[in-house]
Design a protein around this ligand. Structure first.
Ligand code: AMP
Length: 502
């Protein structure tokens, strides 16, 4: 029920709920022959169409209903980016159940905690994660069965997993005659747990409505800018905030979808980019580092790649410049978080910035960017007083919008909003044109002699050094200054770094 009053004169538009199933229905009906290409865990490249994806999602939905999965119940996945994972995205949420994507990089005990907290009923997994799933199974009390996402020929021969089912056999035995149910658009659709820097991870429970609104917003030109003429390769995993929403946003536009599976190393990515003529991608800085290192070592260039969205952590300016100037790839710096579905801001220019010098434009584009419509933001001091948008004053960053959480799943952590705003835990500046720049996480901020030091600034400076491959800055105790920054630096192979000895 909405908290807002009704007008005496309501609009006379169709009452059609915003449901995730409508995206795949739309992709089938209007872009049915457009391709989804996946590098599979099995090692080969798999190709099919949106029409095939929709058909198999309906079969999976029938199979889940047959297994007794009801509305609102959670079905977990432990899987790379691929077509079967995409089928699960639509089958689980489309049938009214809740897709719980789990990060396979977490410790088994933490996965056990998350699965119990979510009360997962079934777990779908890529066979490469079998040892992890076997370690989690004794801990995960609510899981009734495990579905290996493969054909009979790749099923683990002597696994001790209770109630182990074969994905392809389940689908083969299920009809594609399935009508997506209609229900309230505010129903839960999917669940992601935050990385949990302190305490146990907490769940962000998205709704169909929030997911659809986020999908519309993320395709806009100053957002992820995806169109029917693109081939999109989400490097960002489908277990990390739903691959930033791309499995929903891409079929909405009819663009070709390219899934990298487990092949996230520079060589595998480069080959897929070229073979499938990828135009748009999205991922964290670390993956671009691997790709760029491989390309530099082999003196390669891109033939189709136009634009990438980089976020998840600050994109070092040196990386942006290499992508732009050496490889001709436009970089859109984006910021968001699990609690925000995740998109909040993206860095693109407005007409008035086009007359700035190239250097000034690049400085602006290094910021985390401008809000996309739907999200509002502000910075406040520790007493909650709003701070000026002058590009210099920094404060705690608060956000609000229809795809930002209201509370964590099962109300963990209690009331999280402050006067209707969600505190992000990031510290930022906002300039007069509304461009936000993250200076730190509030808990990671380094305070030296009473002054803030931005670990991101220091990392960016060091990353610009030609002999540095990676750098991390952490605050350590200092008897005089309270805290001083300590830089941990990885050299590029064969390079020397000289510095003052301490
Ligand atoms: P997660 O929920 O794991 O996606 O983490 C969200 C957090 O990652 C944010 O609150 C930021 O601290 C950080 N983050 C995301 N994008 C950026 C970015 N472009 N620059 C700096 N930090 C970022």
């Amino acid at each position: 029920m909405s908290q807002y009053p009704k007008s005496p004169l309501m609009g006379q538009m169709m009452d059609q709920p915003l449901l995730i199933s409508s995206i795949i229905q739309h992709a089938d009906r209007h872009f049915g022959s457009n391709e989804i290409v996946s590098r599979r865990v099995e090692g080969d490249i798999h190709r099919y169409t949106y029409r095939d994806c929709h058909r198999r999602a309906r079969q999976l939905a029938n199979a889940l209903v047959g297994l007794g999965v009801g509305m609102g119940e959670r079905v977990a996945t432990l899987a790379w980016n691929g077509y079967r994972h995409m089928e699960a995205y639509y089958a689980v949420s489309g049938s009214g159940a809740v897709l719980h994507t789990i990060n396979p990089r977490l410790h088994p005990e933490l996965i056990g905690y998350i699965a119990n907290h979510a009360e997962d009923q079934y777990l779908l997994f890529d066979v490469c994660f079998l040892p992890l799933v076997e370690a989690v199974a004794p801990l995960a009390k609510s899981i009734k069965g495990y579905i290996a996402m493969c054909g009979r020929e790749h099923m683990p021969p002597d696994s001790k997993l209770p109630n182990l089912l074969c994905y392809e056999e389940l689908l083969a035995a299920s009809s594609d005659d399935y009508a997506w149910p209609l229900f309230d658009e505010n129903s839960a659709s999917s669940l992601c747990y935050t990385s949990g820097t302190t305490g146990n991870p907490k769940g962000a429970l998205y709704s169909h409505r929030s997911t659809l609104l986020h999908s519309y917003a993320s395709t806009m030109p100053d957002s992820m800018n995806v169109s029917g003429r693109d081939a999109v390769l989400p490097v960002v995993p489908m277990f990390h905030v739903n691959a930033w929403g791309l499995p929903y946003a891409v079929p909405l536009t009819g663009a070709k979808m390219v899934f990298p599976g487990p092949g996230l190393d520079g060589k595998s990515l480069y080959e897929l980019f070229e073979q499938e003529q990828v135009t748009v991608s999205a991922g964290v800085p670390t993956v671009w580092l691997g790709l760029l290192t491989y390309m530099a070592q082999n003196n390669l260039s891109f033939s189709s790649f136009k634009r990438t969205i980089i976020g998840g952590s600050a994109c070092p300016p040196a990386m942006m410049n290499t992508l732009r100037h050496r490889y001709g790839v436009e970089v859109v710096h984006a910021w968001g978080m699990t609690e925000m579905s995740p998109l909040g801001t993206t860095g693109t220019l407005q007409t008035k910035h086009l007359s700035l010098s190239m250097e000034q434009q690049e400085l602006l584009l290094q910021k985390q960017g401008h809000v996309i419509f739907g999200v509002d933001m502000k910075i406040v001091d520790d007493a909650g007083v709003e701070l000026p948008w002058d590009g210099e004053t920094y404060g705690n960053l608060l956000v609000k919008g229809p795809w930002i959480i209201d509370a964590y799943f099962k109300n963990e952590g209690g009331q999280v909003l402050r006067d209707g705003w969600f505190p992000t835990g990031d510290v930022a500046t906002i300039d007069a044109d509304g461009y936000m720049q993250i200076t730190d996480r509030s808990k990671d901020v380094i305070k030296s002699g009473g002054e803030w030091i931005s670990s991101i600034d220091l990392e960016n400076i060091v990353m610009g050094h030609p002999a540095v491959q990676m750098a991390a800055c952490i605050g350590i105790f200092h008897p005089k200054w309270d805290e001083r920054p300590l830089l941990v630096v990885v050299r590029k192979p064969g390079m020397e770094v000289e510095g003052p000895s301490c």
